[in-house]
Design a protein around this ligand. Structure first.
Ligand code: ZN
Length: 296
């Protein structure tokens, strides 16, 4: 599934071709894309709208029109957008097609058909996203202290807490595993158990992992394609994701795979010890007992 770096890469490619353009003709050929609304009705509403900007929040693409309505696009598993100035080949997985007023086309393709298009009226976007998304991890306002507050009192494994879009918007299975490896934190650690210096490492690791992904234009797995048909290269840089049995870049230990929150999870058993944490937490409780004893 495309995560923040992939969606942001798509946004950066779409922004120059969509901004200022009018949607001259819109065809939506898969009812699932816009349900429960009628595809023809949504297409008719979109026709004639002029694009003011292309934004992103979490894994959502936000096409904002001059009328302040927005088209909220979620690519889910296999959605992708393709822009072409000289026509498009037939595609059995095409779900929608937009002709722009400069004669170019934007096609939406989705093999698994989990992607969604939702047309929102002016003022509806903030309310819609407020209950679904947490902080933007690349935002300047996102700090280690805020990460600590988001994870406090959460007994769930840190991996599960980070996959929850209401914690950090845009993190998914790939970048969570990569960030936990960088931060040397076991994916099953209870989120609330992270200490201040671990939170600082995790905060830095989340940003570094996402920025690395962005610098390589995302990772190309399954059907992820950029609007010009190109692909990202981050998949060649993964430290742990999908690498079970291969040596850890840092220590050479074979990368292990477990399941956390129902998702395949890769980590280095040496760099990200679970035992080490349990021992440390026991020994950190011990001095408290002994200090009470010594005060008696
Ligand atoms: Zn290692």
């Amino acid at each position: 599934m495309p995560e923040l770096p992939e969606v942001e890469t798509v946004r950066r490619r779409l922004e120059p071709v969509l901004t200022g353009r009018r949607l001259d003709r819109v065809e939506i050929t898969d009812a699932r894309l816009v349900r429960p609304y009628e595809p023809d009705a949504v297409a008719a509403e979109l026709q004639g709208e002029r694009v003011a900007s292309v934004e992103r929040r979490g894994k959502y693409l936000i096409v904002r029109f001059e009328t302040d309505r927005v088209l909220l696009i979620h690519l889910r598993m296999t959605g992708s957008l393709r822009h072409s100035v000289n026509g498009l080949d037939d595609d059995p997985h095409r779900r929608a097609l937009i002709r722009l007023d400069d004669g170019s086309d934007v096609a939406y393709r989705d093999v698994r058909r989990f992607g969604t298009w939702l047309l929102l009226e002016p003022g509806e976007l903030d309310t819609y996203l407020a209950t679904r998304l947490g902080e933007e991890p690349l935002d300047a306002l996102f700090t280690a202290a805020r990460l600590g507050r988001l994870l406090a009192q959460r007994r769930a494994p840190v991996k599960a807490a980070l996959l929850d879009q209401r914690t950090l918007a845009g993190m998914g299975n790939i970048y969570v595993d990569e960030a936990l490896w960088r931060a040397k934190i076991h994916p099953l650690r209870p989120a609330e158990s992270l200490e201040r210096k671990e939170l600082a490492r995790l905060h830095r690791a989340v940003r570094t992992s996402l920025e690395d992904g962005l610098a390589r234009q995302g990772s190309t797995l399954r059907d992820y394609k950029l609007p010009d048909g190109g692909s990202g290269s981050m998949q060649h840089e993964f430290k742990v994701y999908g690498r079970d049995g291969e040596p850890c870049d840092r220590c050479g230990t074979p990368i292990a795979k477990i399941r956390v929150a129902g998702r395949g999870t890769w980590f280095c058993p040496t760099c990200q010890p679970e035992q080490g944490y349990q021992a440390a937490s026991r020994s950190s409780r011990a001095p408290a007992r002994s200090s009470r004893q010594s005060s008696v």
